[in-house]
Design a protein around this ligand. Structure first.
Ligand SMILES: *Cc1c(COP(=O)(O)O)cnc(C)c1O
Ligand SMILES: [Zn+2]
Length: 376
């Protein structure tokens, strides 16, 4: 059964052999062959694999580090009750593990022995960890500006670390050039990565007793997180497990806001953004591959897009950490956005609001010592 389809040229492919894009050069969509049933869940482990039917991976190929089922804790931001989704607690310290566990399981199923990935750091660390677990050689390209903590983490997992000068896009180009000879396991391209991120919607629904919240607020970089959320909620609505989909709010750094720009201009696709430096390195992607799908997801969920400034990021981080919640700078984007979403009247006091926390603060030790100058 052909499970990959190209949204532009309508080509279809089997998912039995390795492939990361269409012959026409476009990214592919993956259609899952099945959906889990609620009754199945009672006896299953608390990882994203409790929803395994939805990913289309044979059980013997699962490469897992116990990812998912992260806590959902109550807090208050800008006088709004919110629920913080603690995905910074995933095995490698970012939500990327939800997607990586499925992508690497698929690579194992294909019998691949090595891969190439490019990343600002977290996807690289995640892919390095799961590749190590699967016995697959990982070649990870990261920009030279990425956090020292993330570079060290990638190297510690035993991956080959290639640090490239220039922008995040230069890093992607270097990886693509090398991908002529090895499999390009890019989280921004691979549809199985997004399959795994659907677990976030499934899990939230289960944690909220199968009642959709009013809003899920999340950062947007390459956009896998937002797309996974959207597709996951769509599955749940179609299966009749929840009555409605939450509204999705996507947050970008004002210094790198291609999706926001296309959103406010009412466009169907995302154009490259003249990027400036941002502390939110995890969302510093000036031309996301799946821009068109992202705009569609925002519209279909009756959602919105917004931006936060560098100052708002640096102001938000101590507010969270002084409540015991330690995340990296990029993860300040979603909580910081609550202020304007309230001011614009989009979020109201009685709304149930989920704030996705994406990455662990320990990864940013070098950046925090530098910015807040604790020892000087
Ligand atoms: C990758 C990443 C994001 C952005 O996720 P996308 O799926 O690329 O939109 C946000 N925060 C952190 C910490 C990340 O590592
Ligand atoms: Zn095509």
């Amino acid at each position: 059964m052909p499970l990959y389809t190209c949204p532009t040229c309508a080509a279809t492919y089997s998912s039995d052999t390795p492939r990361w894009r269409c012959d026409c050069g476009h990214y592919l969509h993956y259609t899952s062959p099945a959906m889990f049933t609620k009754a199945d869940l009672a006896n299953r482990n608390h990882t994203i694999w409790r929803y395994s039917e939805a990913y289309g991976i044979a059980p013997e190929n699962i490469v897992s580090l116990g990812e998912g089922y992260t806590p959902l804790i109550e807090d208050r931001l800008f006088d709004q009750n919110v629920l913080l989704k603690m995905d910074q607690l995933c095995p490698t310290g970012s939500f990327k593990d939800r997607g990586t566990t499925v992508m690497l399981s698929k690579l194992k199923e294909w019998g691949l022995k090595s891969l190439i990935e490019d990343s600002s750091g977290n996807a690289g660390a995640s892919v390095a960890a799961y590749a190590a677990r699967a016995g697959i050689e990982a070649n990870i390209y990261i920009p030279a500006y990425a956090s020292a903590g993330k570079a060290a983490q990638i190297a510690m997992y035993g991956a080959n670390l290639i640090r490239t000068p220039g922008t995040r896009e230069d890093t992607a180009q270097a990886a693509l050039a090398a991908a002529e000879s090895e499999f390009y396991a890019s989280h921004n391209w691979n549809p199985h990565f997004i399959s795994g991120l659907k677990s976030l919607a499934y899990e939230l629904a289960e944690q909220l007793s199968w009642e959709a919240p009013d809003w899920v607020v999340t950062p947007i970089g390459g956009g896998s997180l937002l797309l996974g959320l959207y597709l996951g909620w769509k599955d749940l609505v179609e299966a009749g497990y929840v009555a409605k989909m939450p509204r999705l709010a996507g947050v970008q750094a004002a210094n790198c806001a291609p999706v926001y720009q296309a959103w406010v201009q009412g466009l169907d696709d995302v154009a490259p953004f003249p990027k400036q430096a941002t502390a939110a390195e995890g969302i510093a992607i000036n031309h996301p591959v799946k821009g068109k799908d992202l705009l569609e997801a925002l519209r279909a969920s009756n959602g919105t897009a917004c931006t936060i400034t560098e100052q708002e990021i640096w102001d938000m981080l101590p507010k969270l950490s002084k409540r015991g919640v330690y995340v990296e700078p990029t993860s300040a984007a979603a909580p910081a956005a609550i202020k304007q979403l309230k001011e614009k009247g989009l979020i109201s006091a009685s709304d149930k609001v989920i704030v996705e926390l994406t990455g662990m603060g320990l990864k940013a030790t070098d950046k925090y010592l530098e910015h807040y100058a604790f020892f000087s």
